[in-house]
Design a protein around this ligand. Structure first.
Ligand code: CS2
Length: 471
């Protein structure tokens, strides 16, 4: 609850300077975006009093957060929650918060030569891709989008009024990029900030693939002019709980209706081109590298991989948060064992895996970050494909059984057992597999993650055995 004399938060009350010009666009306005990309942009400004890089960010399904932030002129308090204390900062580089349906503003911005970068956080499932991250015209959503877009495409351009609001992220971006081509605004960069391996390929295939299916010339223009940047992004940002609003009001005097709590740690590694320029994110600690793959794997396998393991095994053992799970000696041993297996394949010296692991333990142990395992457990089918599966496959290729990676897959399967509510973007597939009896259920669920593994009888037996132990 807000105290009566708290000051509303906006650009007048917080006495911020002139808002930065809008040059960055984001799809997927949420807590992580505000704790990560907007934070980096804020801290990259050479002159804090005259910021140059404003973000216009569009929400996903719900418009609520955008409307709340609009009332605050885009301002929000970022609470950096360390193991002992909090640090507060009002972030001012979000200059417009927009509901996702406001596609006319999105398209206007993507068509503007001043817009240099589009960042995206729509979750692993938001790219609607097929196996191997391929553009999948047979996917129902993609097929419907393709028909809708093709119907509204005439003489090399979209009739934007006829398009309506595209149902997919890729659909929205394709129309915007077609507008950019039409206005001659030149190239720009697109950065997927989702936890996918090869997220540049994912964004490229979803967006360029759809554009080329509408019109090969539009596809060719995107290929030539739009760069897809690969990134590894990291900052643990749990969902905002109501008590945070009270903390912020008490400690800052501002009634902020949309604060964000995050850990002090952050990391951003990027690889790619920026044809229309970019903020100097390196000033805020971002690393620009020429080969991102090792960094991407280190983060996905060690951090996200152990997160998913704890999400399922930890909840089965009665825990609700990451800090609780890592404090349980059994879970911790499983995490360490999973890290040992992953580490066999993370050998580049610059990765410094022992230091990274030690830091991860400290981050997970932070008792003041309430990171719910139930939140991490969502969308397990897409997540485990990129977390436990590659480690298991790499271990098997090296002639080892991959016991800990198989345990993580088994934990997901044991967690799903008997569940009627399945929080997964591939809900139907998971449900169908989950309704099979006995070992067939195990095999079918492994097949949702990876057909090749499901065809290996020893893997099915190995996982099945652990499912029984965990249940
Ligand atoms: C988590 C991530 O929910 C999840 O799947 O593993 O959101 C994780 O907290 C972030 O990637 C940390 O950077």
């Amino acid at each position: 609850m807000t105290t009566i004399d708290a000051t509303p938060l906006n650009r007048a009350t917080a006495a911020t300077g002139t808002p930065a010009p809008p040059r960055l666009v984001h799809i997927g306005l949420g807590a992580f975006h505000r704790a990560h990309q907007v934070w980096y942009t804020r801290h990259a400004e050479a002159d804090a009093a005259a910021p140059q890089w404003g973000y216009v960010s569009f929400s996903g399904r719900s418009a609520d957060l955008a409307l709340t932030l609009q009332a605050q002129d885009g301002l929000y308090t970022l609470v950096e929650r360390g193991p002992e204390s909090d640090e507060y900062e009002v972030i001012e580089n979000l200059v417009e918060a927009r509901p996702g349906e406001d596609v006319s503003r999105l398209w206007e911005l993507l068509a503007a030569p001043t817009t240099a970068v589009l960042t995206i956080t729509v979750t692993e499932a938001g790219y609607d891709l097929g196996h191997g991250l391929a553009f999948d015209p047979d996917n129902e959503k993609v097929a419907a989008e393709l028909t809708a877009l093709t119907d509204a495409y005439r003489d090399g351009a979209f009739d934007t009024r006829a398009v309506g609001v595209p149902a997919t992220m890729a659909g929205k971006v394709v129309v915007g990029l077609a507008e950019r081509r039409r206005t001659g605004a030149g190239g720009m960069a697109v950065i997927s900030c989702d936890n996918l391996s090869a997220n540049d390929v994912a964004a490229h295939n979803a967006i360029q693939g759809l554009a080329a299916a509408v019109d090969p010339e539009l596809g060719a223009w995107i290929q030539e002019n739009v760069s897809f940047v690969a990134t590894s992004i990291d900052r643990i940002t749990p969902r905002t709980e109501d008590t945070l609003l009270e903390d912020v009001t008490r400690d800052t005097g501002f009634a902020d209706a949309a604060p964000v709590v995050t850990e002090p740690f952050r990391s951003w590694v990027l690889q790619g081109e920026f044809p229309a320029g970019r903020p100097e994110w390196e000033k805020a600690g971002a690393q620009f590298v020429t080969d991102i793959e090792p960094f991407e794997r280190r983060k996905l396998w060690l951090l996200n991989g152990s997160h998913s393991l704890m999400a399922y095994a930890g909840q089965l053992r009665g825990h609700a948060t990451v800090a609780e799970a890592i404090g349980d000696q059994t879970c911790r041993a499983w995490v360490e064992e999973f890290w040992d297996e992953a580490a066999h394949h993370l050998t580049a010296p610059e990765l410094d895996v022992p230091v990274y692991r030690a830091a991860l333990l400290e981050r997970f142990e932070n008792p003041r970050i309430r990171h719910n395992l139930a939140q991490i457990a969502v969308d397990g089918s897409a997540k485990q494909q990129m977390r436990a599966v590659p480690v298991l496959k790499a271990e098997r290729a090296a002639g080892r059984p991959g016991t800990a990676a198989a345990r993580s897959i088994a934990a997901w399967i044991a967690y799903l057992d008997g569940r009627t509510e399945i929080a997964d973007a591939a809900e139907q597939r998971v449900r169908e597999a989950n309704e099979r009896p006995g070992t067939e259920r195990v095999r079918a669920l492994i097949a949702v993650l990876d057909e090749e593994l499901a065809a290996e009888q020893d893997v099915v037996e190995q996982v099945d055995g652990v499912v029984t132990e965990l249940a």
